[in-house]
Design a protein around this ligand. Structure first.
Ligand code: ADE
Ligand code: ZN
Length: 325
């Protein structure tokens, strides 16, 4: 009884949330109607029934279909605002939000439309006590050239995002594919993160660190297979943005009780808990904390450590980090 209350009330940072993954079925259908977009699902219930995933790719196919209803700046605003209100309710003080511009520019939506809607919502979130920033993600199943084009389209809006990431289908698309793009982003002074070790091997985590030179690893749970990598992550305090309900729904672990978050924390890693794609995986931040603690027996000391890790791992300025807690 006391631990759930602590988990719900404690201030926290969310470092791994794909804004397109916060699009609830109700909002998908509302936007489809508003924009005259036809969907291959009869309604909200029919769509929710399709949320039975077997691996990352089975999720991504439905996730990209859902995002097809986003056309106007206001659509991006409404999606982000709905997430930010949920985050505020879960005592999220800082949110570093991924967006996938290529999912939208490929449909003819302008980069400016995407960034304008999202950044207005982030600005307005200060009013509800959330400090929100954007991280642009490159889709790793697309080419290096397409990533360079995307960066070029985004650079006029350089002041409206703080970093870049790498997401989508992991296996078969190792970090090395984007070495030159990330080098250019680094020259721009952007923060660097990448999904690695979600389904892919420890070698992808090593490459994200040593080739892309990322500051955080998104997921990274497969690192536990490699003791030398665990040592590196602990010594360099590389944050891992772990997403337990995502890992459960995408069958990375057979059940939450077998999740390795406790092993990561007890090995001294800067592990954090995050929601990834909450509309698809059945829970926002506090649901991830509550269900993970209930299943794995983490205690109050782990809770404080996770909260501290989330602020340590964030890209907020040191002065802001003190205000959050
Ligand atoms: N895009 C949205 N969610 C993702 C995940 N969990 N892994 C890779 N790409 C994603
Ligand atoms: Zn993710």
């Amino acid at each position: 009884e006391r631990l759930p209350a602590l988990l719900a009330a404690m201030p926290k940072a969310e470092l791994h949330i794909h804004i397109e993954g916060s699009l609830e079925p109700e909002l998908i259908f509302a936007l489809a109607r508003r924009n005259g977009v036809a969907l291959p699902y009869a309604g909200v219930e029919d769509l929710r029934r399709a949320y039975a995933f077997t691996n990352l790719q089975s999720f991504l196919d439905i996730y990209y279909a859902g995002a097809s209803v986003l056309l106007q700046s206001q659509d991006f605003y409404d999606m982000a605002w709905a997430y930010l209100e949920r985050a505020a309710a879960d005592q999220v003080r800082r949110a570093e939000i991924f967006f996938d511009p290529q999912t939208h520019t490929a449909r003819g939506v302008a980069m400016e439309t995407v960034i304008d809607g999202l950044s207005r919502a982030c600005r307005d979130a200060k009013r509800i006590g959330v400090d929100a920033e954007l991280i642009l993600c490159f889709l790793r199943h697309l080419s290096e050239e397409e990533a360079f084009d995307t960066l070029e389209q985004a650079l006029p809006f350089r002041d409206r995002f703080i970093g870049v990431g790498l997401d989508s289908s992991e296996v078969g698309h190792p970090p090395e594919k984007f070495a030159r793009v990330f080098a250019k982003c680094r020259q721009q002074g952007l923060h660097l993160v990448a999904h690695a070790g979600e389904e892919g091997p420890p070698a992808y985590v090593w490459a994200a660190l040593d080739v892309l030179k990322v500051e955080r690893i998104d997921h990274g749970v497969q690192s536990a297979q490699d003791p030398a990598l665990m040592k590196r992550l602990a010594q360099d305090r590389i944050p891992l943005t772990v997403c337990p309900l995502s890992n459960l729904k995408l069958c990375v672990f057979p059940d939450l009780a077998q999740h390795n978050i406790r092993q990561l924390l007890d090995a001294g890693l800067c592990a954090t808990i995050n929601s990834d794609d909450p509309a698809y995986f059945g829970g926002y931040m506090n649901a991830n904390f509550l269900q993970t603690f209930a299943a794995t027996g983490l205690d109050a000391q782990h809770a404080y450590r996770l909260a501290r890790n989330s602020f340590e791992g964030s890209f907020a300025e040191a002065s802001a980090k003190k205000r959050y807690v």
